[in-house]
Write a protein that binds this ligand. Structure first.
Ligand SMILES: [Mn+2]
Length: 417
């Protein structure tokens, strides 16, 4: 199913170029797959900002956008066809295909990239170059973009370098209709995977066996990649936030916490569900589960345009504290942190933990996760419930509404196994 089309990518470039100062070049790299071992590489995944502006998911390709005296130009640099490599790893994208996907008319070969950059700088009034200079930490390796701007600065020290990363991130924070549809499709397939997993889960199984039922459902639904490494955690393992070993036996009486997602055209679903492997919640499990669920529903009610992002989690904490005080598990907010120690929301999009500032007020078109949890290690109970919501003017729409969630729905589903 194809939802995104070339007009979407074209529109994204236009919106970016409105914000770019005159007499500038923007250069974005698709990236390369890192080496795994010997001649094997990790699977390639495109730089998400590059993808957002082109729709192309092939390595090494370069996008150049120029704005000179108000005049816009777009060039895409692709690989020359190589008949020998084509027989080993398949054909690379040709200029017709590149045009069709991206709506960029001007296609050139990678060999010409440096000469064309030189000509643009030497012959026109280029004052600055924008590149994606995202950096995770001081010691993370240099990206292709960083190597490029370093060389550029040596050769043309009078050209100013700007970081385009926050500008593209800003655009990506507000989702278009097509993007919402992509995420809904990723969620729909994620649901297929959850149902297949829950249907086949049995006490005595290992977590990775359950995971395999999710993986299978995704593959037969055409999904190439996951939104992230699946968490399938039984009993006490579920109290470790990002547990991904998935190799323990799940015992009768345990809850299983799932946090997983399919990816569709690089857009992600991110869902958590928790269920009793034997089909029936214990009274205590039900009590804690319903507190997490109440916190989630109250948090969703709070979400609407104009609310500061940072206040969303305060609502979650307030409900959890109220409810846990009632059952005598905690007395104050500080004690709550022992059982709830993460935020309730992150942006969701082309990245699972999507880009965008969390200092903003919510705006219509943002997509957030809502994922409260409680992790009571001493009781072997870890529960998280996560849905993905679209912020609207006066509330939010739960995009994962169709995935079973209440104690009754889950027990009813499991009773039909
Ligand atoms: Mn999440």
């Amino acid at each position: 199913m194809i939802i995104l089309n070339k007009d979407f990518f074209k529109k994204n470039r236009e919106r970016l170029m409105e914000r770019i100062e005159d007499n500038s070049i923007v250069v974005l790299f698709a990236g390369k797959a890192p080496k795994k071992s010997a001649d094997e590489a990790y699977p390639f995944t495109p730089n998400r900002n590059f993808y957002y502006l082109t729709g192309i998911d092939e390595d090494k390709i370069i996008l150049v956008l120029t704005k000179i005296s108000g005049k816009l130009e777009e060039i895409l640099f692709i690989q020359k066809a190589d008949p020998v490599m084509a027989r080993w790893v398949g054909e690379t994208i040709n200029d017709e295909q590149a045009k069709q996907v991206s709506a960029i008319e001007n296609i050139a070969f990678l060999e010409e990239f440096e000469t064309r950059i030189h000509r643009a700088i030497a012959n026109s009034n280029i004052k600055r170059v924008y590149a994606d200079l995202e950096r995770d930490s001081w010691d993370s390796p240099q990206s292709t973009s960083e190597i490029f701007v370093k060389a550029l600065h040596e050769k043309y020290p009078y050209v100013e370098v700007n970081n385009v990363f926050p500008m593209v991130c800003d655009l990506r924070t507000i989702k278009s209709e097509e993007e919402v549809a992509e995420i809904k499709e990723a969620i729909r397939i994620t649901n297929e995977g959850i149902k297949n997993l829950m249907k086949n889960a049995k006490p005595g199984m290992r977590e990775y066996e359950m995971e395999a039922y999710f993986d299978f459902a995704l593959k037969i639904n055409g999904v190439k990649d996951f939104a992230f490494k699946t968490i399938a955690a039984g009993g006490k393992n579920a109290t470790v936030l990002h547990y991904v070993d998935n190799d323990s036996v799940v015992n009768d009486g345990d809850l299983v916490l799932l946090d997983l997602g399919a990816q569709h055209n690089y857009y992600n679903g991110d869902i958590s569900r928790t269920f009793p492997v034997n089909g029936k919640f214990t009274e205590r499990q039900k009590q804690i589960y319903n507190i997490v669920l109440k916190a989630q529903l109250e948090t969703m009610k709070f979400i609407k345009a104009g609310v500061p992002f940072k206040e969303v989690n305060l609502t979650t904490r307030r409900v959890l504290l109220e409810e846990l005080s009632k059952i005598g598990l905690v007395k104050d907010d500080r004690e709550l942190s022992q059982y709830y120690f993460h935020g309730v929301s992150h942006y969701l999009g082309l990245d699972t933990h999507d880009v965008g500032s969390r200092d903003l007020d919510l705006k219509p078109g943002m997509i957030l996760t809502v994922e409260p949890g409680l992790y009571i290690e001493e009781e072997g109970i870890g529960i998280r419930i996560e849905d993905d919501v679209l912020v609207t003017e006066d509330g939010c729409i739960n995009l994962s509404e169709g995935i079973i969630k209440t104690v009754e729905e889950i027990e009813e589903f499991l009773s039909r196994r």
